[in-house]
Design a protein around this ligand. Structure first.
Ligand SMILES: Cc1cc2nc3c(=O)[nH]c(=O)nc-3n(C[C@H](O)[C@H](O)[C@H](O)COP(=O)(O)OP(=O)(O)OC[C@H]3O[C@@H](n4cnc5c(N)ncnc54)[C@H](O)[C@@H]3O)c2cc1C
Length: 435
């Protein structure tokens, strides 16, 4: 149940192990929160946009495996340079140099213009602590990332321009709300584990093309049914017997529920999950179409402003600007959001002032991800449940990752592993972490 990345990953794993899988998705398209749709839904030829730019890092080993299984790895372009721009336009580039991991950033880090020597010294020391504390220190899920950064005596500028800039986007939460465990994990795997683990993957096609019919042709055992909303998992004596859907009953031997946390209890009330600790964090995507190119950079992170990242979608004329943990924009009228983005963009790319904005589109995803607050990990459920043949997947389950595509795929692979265990033929689908 659920055709987001968690459900799709479950299906592709079980399909590749020759299980017969039926995937039921309520909407008329796949991908869940990582999808695309036509700008004008009444016109089939209208431009398709992603609900929001989705990126991955090379350390997302399971997501990369998922794309490989669907035969779409060649549709992800990896970049090995990060561009940091200050208001006024001064740019710094971060990329690997000649030293091996974890020292691969040493040369470019030394040259970053937006940090002072004392900021860099503090960051270098804290990164060493990440290496020694991640996975070993017991209290990382009970303190916030900001607590941890203060403990490591980070300067205000290092916190604002380096840690916050990376982590608010990676975890979709503010430093004073995010559990330190997630922050350290991003740097441990993304920056320190291997010299290429930081490389940023950007799909070269609309997201929904990654899970198109062609991609599924290799898996004849997987039957995908869209517009099939599951209403209830009907269980008796500790086992599920059938599903009630908007188009009749469905009976299976095992059931995987891969819907968001706010939907799960309506579908399987018998699980009696305690989900009070879960809350949402929003993301806002601002799509802008100009009459001329305003940048030739493929992407950039934008310092000290509300807008955080810019992605170049079409030769510099179409940009997508992203604001994570965007509570400040939730109530703001769309026109004001567009004006704010234009005003701020012009501080980084002055040509924006003279360019004409042809049109713009704002997507506010209020329920973008769960909020990765301290203490939440213990409440994230495992894949196996108290109903013997019902399993959970979804970015919010205990994947070991924050709410990301990698977390969703991991949860799907774990649920698939539990299904194979249930049938007495355990198989392994999860890929090891990058090292
Ligand atoms: C704006 C935005 C930007 C993001 N950016 C990034 C990024 O850059 N990198 C990254 O890694 N992650 C990013 N994420 C997070 C990522 O999209 C999610 O973590 C991931 O896609 C969640 O997948 P999922 O399968 O767990 O859930 P979902 O994608 O929510 O899938 C659940 C599916 O279940 C279906 N469903 C619900 N109820 C029923 C029902 N009753 N019957 C049948 N089907 C049902 C839904 O329609 C949906 O398709 C972003 C998320 C958002 C919203």
């Amino acid at each position: 149940m659920g055709g987001g990345l968690a459900g799709l990953a479950t299906a592709v794993a079980l399909g590749s192990a020759d299980y017969r899988v039926t995937l039921l998705e309520a909407r008329p398209f796949l991908g869940g929160r990582a999808t695309s749709y036509p700008l004008n839904t009444a016109d089939d030829n209208s431009t398709r946009i992603d609900n929001c730019q989705h990126i991955l890092l090379r350390c997302c080993t399971n997501l990369i495996d998922f794309y490989r299984r669907l035969g779409v790895s060649n549709k992800i372009h990896f970049f090995d340079e990060f561009y940091w721009i200050e208001p006024g336009g001064r740019m710094s580039v971060m990329k690997k140099g000649i030293l091996p991991a974890p020292l691969h950033f040493t040369e470019s880090f030394a040259r970053l213009k937006f940090l002072s020597l004392s900021d860099k010294f503090a960051i270098g020391n804290a990164l060493l602590s990440v290496k020694y504390e991640y996975g070993k220190r017991a209290d990382l899920d009970s303190i916030t990332m900001l607590d941890w950064l203060r403990e490591k005596k980070q300067t205000p500028r290092a916190i604002e321009r380096f840690w916050r800039q990376v982590l608010v986007s990676a975890v979709n939460e503010e430093l004073d709300r995010m559990a330190a465990a997630h922050g350290l994990q991003v740097f441990f795997f993304g920056f320190l584990a291997a010299s290429d683990s930081y490389q940023m993957g950007v799909p070269t096609v609309p997201l929904s093309d990654l899970y198109s019919e062609n991609a599924w042709a290799e898996y004849p055992e997987v039957k995908i049914m869209e517009r099939r909303a599951v209403q209830k998992v009907v269980a008796e004596n500790g086992a599920a017997r059938r599903l009630d859907t908007n188009a009749g009953e469905v009976v299976a031997d095992a059931y995987v529920v891969a819907v968001p946390f706010e939907r799960v209890m309506a579908i399987v009330p018998d699980l009696e999950l305690q989900l009070e600790s879960f809350g949402h964090s929003p993301i806002t995507g601002i799509h802008l179409w100009f009459d001329r190119a305003v940048t030739d950079l493929p992407h950039a992170t934008l310092l000290d402003r509300t807008i955080q990242w810019m992605y170049n979608k079409d030769s510099g004329k179409q940009l997508q600007v992203v604001v994570s943990a965007s509570r400040a924009l939730t109530e703001m009228p769309r026109e004001q959001v567009i004006q704010l983005a234009l005003r701020e963009l012009a501080e980084f790319f002055p040509i924006v002032k003279s360019a004409h904005l042809d049109h713009a589109h704002v997507v506010k995803e209020i329920r973008a991800t769960f909020s990765a607050v301290p203490g939440l990990e213990q409440h994230r459920p495992m894949a196996a449940t108290k109903i013997s043949n019902v399993f959970l997947a979804g970015d919010w389950t205990r994947s070991g990752w924050p709410a990301t595509m990698e977390g969703a795929v991991r949860s799907g692979y774990r649920a698939a592993e539990e299904v194979t265990k249930f049938f007495g033929e355990p198989q392994r689908f999860l890929r090891p972490d990058i090292s």
